[in-house]
Design a binder for this molecule. Structure first.
Ligand SMILES: [Zn+2]
Length: 249
């Protein structure tokens, strides 16, 4: 943080979470494109909706105007303009859970003040794809890519125990161990990841979500084991359960 002077910032951001804070203020966690995750105070936000309107709803994509202040960790949030709002989409409960999952993962995983443009673009693309009723594809794609971008996604081509080449077959994973294994080395709590889902994970690592979206409907069952694997990978590294994921498995 800078010493002695106020520095105004203007840039794109995704609202992650808000908490009531002193009287009518709100404490807001914000994923900014320029500075990564920051926390700031929206003064009187609970009383006056004028400066923020619906822009403080989690998962809203905004143009944020905020000020860095001397000797203060919290930014002062001046005003937001909505660039895209999830509230325009159908408020189906699974869709709401999908939006919550995106912001919950970002809030848990991102360090403060570390910009990450790849994750920012992934989050935006996911929120938009969810709006196009591609919920199950979006959740699976997002969790898989977040694991990958954080460096947590294990290599799927070889058994972590015996080194066996697993390409072309199913693999086994456990929420209590790193890497995937062959059938013989599976643990008591291991679950299978089907060959179709392994292939799907390779396709997802190469193809933009918009292209997968254009391939047609994506039912809940498709890649359900891959979704469970990706969620478990994230949970293993943040060392807690993702509340919003429970409805989406
Ligand atoms: Zn093995």
């Amino acid at each position: 943080m800078a010493e002695g002077r106020q520095i105004p910032h203007h840039g794109e951001a995704i609202v992650l979470r808000t908490w009531p804070f002193h009287e009518a203020d709100l404490l807001v966690s914000l994923f900014t494109r320029e500075h990564g995750k920051v926390k700031g105070v929206a003064r009187f936000a609970m009383r006056s909706r004028r400066r923020f309107g619906g822009a403080l709803e989690p998962a809203t994509y905004v143009q944020a105007h905020y000020t860095e202040r001397p000797r203060q960790d919290l930014m002062r949030l001046d005003s937001f303009e909505i660039l895209w709002s999830p509230l325009t989409a159908s408020p189906h409960y699974e869709h709401v859970a999908g939006l919550q999952l995106v912001v919950e993962v970002l809030e848990e995983v991102l360090p403060d003040l570390a910009a990450d443009d790849n994750i920012f673009r992934l989050a935006l693309a996911t929120l938009r794809a969810m709006e196009a009723s591609a919920l199950w594809l979006s959740v699976t794609y997002f969790c898989l890519w977040m694991s990958r971008l954080m460096g947590w996604l294990p290599e799927l081509g070889h058994c972590a125990a015996c080194g066996l080449d697993l390409r072309g077959g199913a693999v086994w994973w456990s929420s209590s161990a790193d890497g995937v294994t062959c059938y013989d080395d599976r643990r008591t709590d291991s679950k299978p990841l089907s060959i179709e889902s392994v292939v799907l994970s390779h396709r997802m690592s190469r193809i933009p979500i918009t292209e997968l979206l254009a391939e047609g409907l994506w039912p809940r069952e498709r890649g359900a084991d891959l979704r469970a694997f990706a969620v478990a990978t994230l949970e293993r590294h943040i060392e807690r359960r993702l509340r919003s994921a429970r409805m989406l498995l």
